[in-house]
Write a protein that binds this ligand. Structure first.
Ligand code: SF4
Length: 180
């Protein structure tokens, strides 16, 4: 029997949600038995192939036009899309940027911040895409499953993925629903 395929990718975030995914520790072996892990940003294959996957997982908010492209590509290539972590679920900490003018936020981060060495420049490479208002994932594409938390608890991630890989939509409530 062919195993369901999984792919993950990230948008605007800190990669903490992927670190939490890796924190399921040895249970990753159980996941690998249940699923064919096709692509993740932390492995050599970075994006799902065009033939698609059963479960797509996205971390991070949508903050750039390039994030929009990644979100649409994953949506096109997966049957069930999971928003992993508060940034993907509702925008998270990144949405604080929406309360400021974009130019002010970029200048503060890249030119004025105490950690800048005095020669700060606002990045402008076309490869980065254009900044947009910060949005939750479901403001850009349809989302099927939400796993909140900053980062989500590894036990909850494992539960949700195990359910999905056995053909069930996970029910996150009570002790499995963490907002922190
Ligand atoms: S939800 Fe938290 S851990 Fe995940 S990407 Fe956002 S800031 Fe990082």
């Amino acid at each position: 029997m062919t195993k369901p395929k999984i792919a993950t990718d990230w948008l605007a975030g800190c990669s903490g949600c992927h670190m939490s995914l890796l924190d399921i520790d040895e249970r990753i072996v159980q996941l690998a038995e249940l699923a064919d892990i096709r692509a993740t940003p932390v492995t050599d294959l970075k994006e799902p192939d065009e033939s698609g996957v059963d479960v797509g997982i996205l971390e991070g908010a949508v903050n750039l036009t390039t994030n929009e492209e990644v979100a649409h590509r994953m949506r096109r290539r997966c049957k069930i899309l999971v928003a992993l972590g508060d940034c993907a679920v509702f925008g998270g900490v990144l949405t604080m940027r929406n309360f400021h003018k974009l130019e002010d936020a970029l200048r503060r981060a890249y030119v004025e911040a105490e950690s800048v060495d005095g020669d700060g420049k606002i990045p402008s490479s076309p490869e980065l895409g254009r900044p947009t208002r910060v949005r939750a994932l479901d403001e850009v594409v349809d989302v099927d499953v939400y796993i909140p938390g900053c980062p989500p608890d590894p036990d909850v991630i494992f539960y949700a993925l195990s359910e999905l890989l056995q053909g069930r939509i996970p029910e996150l409530k009570d002790e499995k629903l963490h907002w922190h």
